[in-house]
Design a protein around this ligand. Structure first.
Ligand SMILES: [Ca+2]
Ligand SMILES: [Ca+2]
Ligand SMILES: [Ca+2]
Length: 247
């Protein structure tokens, strides 16, 4: 009887140690910053984190010229130019027909802002956080953001990524999933809802480990009217720390 008890005790201790180690090895614990409504304090907090690890990049879409904005697609590598203001190390892809920055209000083609080119009822429904242009994949509600050493084809890594969402009504539809350079998931993180307004989510890891972010939001691709079953959402400002080569 005594022998059996000690065996059980040793076995339980072993299990405890094993579980504790496994948890530590599983994934590095990131800092998660999220907010809905007034998101300015959360953005300031994340900017400071990105600044502290070698500088930050921000994409607010507002400098995209008319010829690269809706109704035209934004080239996937628009923000991975070899030099100048577009050398941001960010490549945007989708399994839909392409990605777009929305039109501004004085574009020569007269395209409606806030993705009114896709559904005129969206104009007025999707208030931008910065400037006039917002971002969305078209033909899909999934976008992939992959980091490169700016201006090169060398895969890059960052500590983290954060972004502003516009008009997320239900948080079950909307999340970021982060991946390392081997394609291993670092976790999936939900975005808080804010009907008619702005939400923010940023996830910052202790080391530069993020190579790709899968961004999924809204209940489906842009097209149908917002309703009790359809949650139309788009994105505005992207913020991340400077992409670097993996060491
Ligand atoms: Ca903007
Ligand atoms: Ca709404
Ligand atoms: Ca919505």
């Amino acid at each position: 009887m005594k022998k059996q008890t000690s065996f059980l005790l040793v076995f339980s201790l072993f299990t405890l140690v094993f579980v504790a180690c496994k948890k530590d090895d599983d994934k590095p614990e990131p800092k998660v910053i999220s907010a809905a409504g007034d998101i300015s304090a959360a953005i300031a907090e994340y900017r400071a984190l990105a600044d502290a690890v070698g500088g930050r990049q921000e994409i607010n879409w507002d400098g995209v010229p008319d010829e690269n904005a809706a109704p035209y697609f934004l080239p996937s590598d628009f923000f991975n130019a070899s030099e100048g203001n577009r050398a941001r190390g960010a490549v945007l892809t989708t399994n839909g027909s392409g990605v777009q920055a929305s039109a501004d209000s004085d574009n020569p083609a007269g395209t409606l802002p806030q993705f009114g080119n896709i559904n005129p009822n969206y104009n007025g429904l999707l208030p931008p956080f910065s400037g006039e242009r917002v971002f969305s994949p078209v033909g899909s509600n999934v976008a992939e953001l992959t980091f490169y050493v700016p201006g090169t084809n060398t895969p890059g890594v960052v500590h983290g990524f954060g972004a502003v969402y516009v008009d997320v009504d239900r948080n079950e539809n909307t999340a970021f999933e982060y991946f390392d350079i081997d394609g291993k998931s670092l976790g999936s993180f939900p975005v808080p809802a804010q009907d008619g307004g702005h939400s923010f989510l940023a996830v910052h890891f202790p080391t530069p480990i993020v190579h790709r972010v899968r961004i999924e939001y809204g209940s489906g691709p842009l097209g149908p009217d917002e309703s009790a079953t359809v949650d139309v959402a788009v994105m505005d400002d992207f913020i991340y720390d400077a992409p670097q080569a993996e060491k």
